[in-house]
Design a protein around this ligand. Structure first.
Ligand code: PLP
Length: 422
């Protein structure tokens, strides 16, 4: 019923501002096929033209509930008024100067992130891969500056994803992403996910950096145990290595706290951030404790666009709204409710499944290979989420969703499941 209502709900306000462009999709498909790189393969046959909160509308005027949030990016939902106003205001003032000069929103953003991280310094870039790339460079340079020129190794986890630039790709523990791009930078080791003894063996006096997410997002929402996270900190300390916790996906409030690692009694040396930081405007950052940050001496690293006016202004507005409007608490509360509803649903279906994650970073691993089919059917029924392989459903909705949105999503999921089962 709700689904049907949504299908028909071409509400006056949305229809008024968004033309129905039934030929747009066909045109985009043709242009993309003929002129764009095909690295995304044949894309899903939808083109979204408008977003508001947790809703999006496609070129045919159909409404969707966005439970992918961009892809863990749109933490405040689409078109958040404070972020939109900050972007519009900044665009009307000045968009770019070189990092030779002081950039007001960048400096204020650094101060805000410093306040939120207990005094870390910030450096800015444009994406998660660049943030991790910088973390790798910082760790090597930190060792080098201390005369430890042999300390160059980076240890990460199998199944991890840290990005696609060559250094971040070498850090990524999934050979399928590395195939054909060699030679990759040297000095990277991957240990099995969650294996404390393997980590202990891999980390030596040659290790510059250990890096992991507390919940591995891209490979299907795999939470590390608190025991592993605390042991990793100890192993780094025992061997003089730095610890970076990649919060590109799980950070920015998604788990119910701004930093996902805050659920554990651990203090990282560096925190790469990106995705949700500016609610959709490209930005990345590395936060590092003072001594580590100072390893990047003047001239040793930089970027043209990193921390530019627009992205920094959008990020500042995002952080203020996240805090002032209480969306992190909402993520924790609605995330718990969503997990309960998902557990009830798989129980009702009588299939074996594991529901996991924290806050609004949720994975459901099914014992049957129907994840992609369910994702496609749900899209047709107006719900957007992601399938990891054939068995895992991944939900990364905006942190502003309500329990009512979850009820609606569950209704679409159940309907879609019944349809694919037939
Ligand atoms: N690190 C993690 C944990 C990620 O999930 C991702 C992207 O999914 C990245 C790094 C790379 O970020 P980007 O795609 O912005 O380069």
């Amino acid at each position: 019923m709700v689904v049907l209502k949504n299908y028909l709900r071409l509400s006056a306000s949305i229809c008024g501002s968004t033309k129905i462009m039934s030929h747009l999709l066909t045109e985009l498909q043709q242009l993309d096929h003929e002129h764009a790189f095909q690295n995304y393969g044949t894309r899903l046959p939808y083109a979204f033209v408008k977003g508001e909160g947790a809703r999006m509308w496609d070129s045919n005027g159909r409404e969707y509930l966005d439970f992918l949030g961009g892809i863990a990016v749109v933490v405040l939902g689409h078109n958040h008024p404070k972020v939109t106003a900050a972007i519009a205001h900044q665009a009307s003032q000045i968009l770019h100067t070189s990092n030779f000069f002081y950039i007001e929103p960048q400096v204020r953003l650094a101060a805000k992130l410093s306040e939120m991280s207990g005094g870390m310094r910030a450096i800015f870039c444009n994406s998660g891969a660049e943030a991790n790339e910088a973390a790798i460079k910082i760790a090597r340079r930190y060792a080098y500056d201390r005369g430890e020129t042999q300390r160059v190794e980076i240890v990460t986890l199998e199944k991890s994803f840290h990005g696609r630039t060559l250094g971040a790709l070498a850090a990524t523990g999934q050979p399928k992403y590395q195939e054909g791009f060699g030679p990759l930078p040297l000095g990277f080791k991957h240990v099995p996910f969650g294996d404390i003894e393997a980590l202990r063996e891999a980390v030596t006096d040659k290790t510059a950096l250990v890096m992991f997410e507390t919940i591995l997002g891209e490979s299907g929402v795999l939470p590390l145990s608190g025991e592993f996270i605390l042991a990793a900190r100890q192993i780094c300390d025992d061997n003089g290595a730095l610890l970076a916790i990649d919060e590109v996906q799980c950070g920015c409030g998604r788990t119910g706290k701004f930093f996902a690692h805050s659920y554990f009694d651990v203090v990282p040396d560096m925190i790469p951030l990106a995705k949700g930081l500016a609610n959709g405007v490209p930005i990345g950052a590395v936060l590092a404790r003072e001594e580590v940050a100072l390893a990047l001496t003047p001239g040793s690293h930089g970027t043209t666009f990193g921390g530019n006016f627009l992205a920094s202004a959008a990020a500042l507005a995002t952080l203020h709204a996240l805090e002032e409007e209480g969306w992190m608490d909402n993520a924790a509360r609605v995330g718990d409710y969503f997990q309960k509803r998902l557990c009830g649903w798989v129980e009702e279906l009588g299939i074996e499944a594991q529901v996991r994650g924290r806050g609004l970073m949720i994975g459901v691993e099914l014992s049957v290979p129907l994840a992609r089919k369910l994702m496609l059917q749900s899209l047709q029924n107006g719900l957007v989420f992601n399938a990891v392989g054939d068995t895992i459903l991944r939900f990364l909705p905006p942190l502003i969703i309500s329990t009512g949105d979850v009820d609606e999503a569950m209704e679409i999921l159940s309907k879609s499941w019944n349809e694919i089962e037939k």
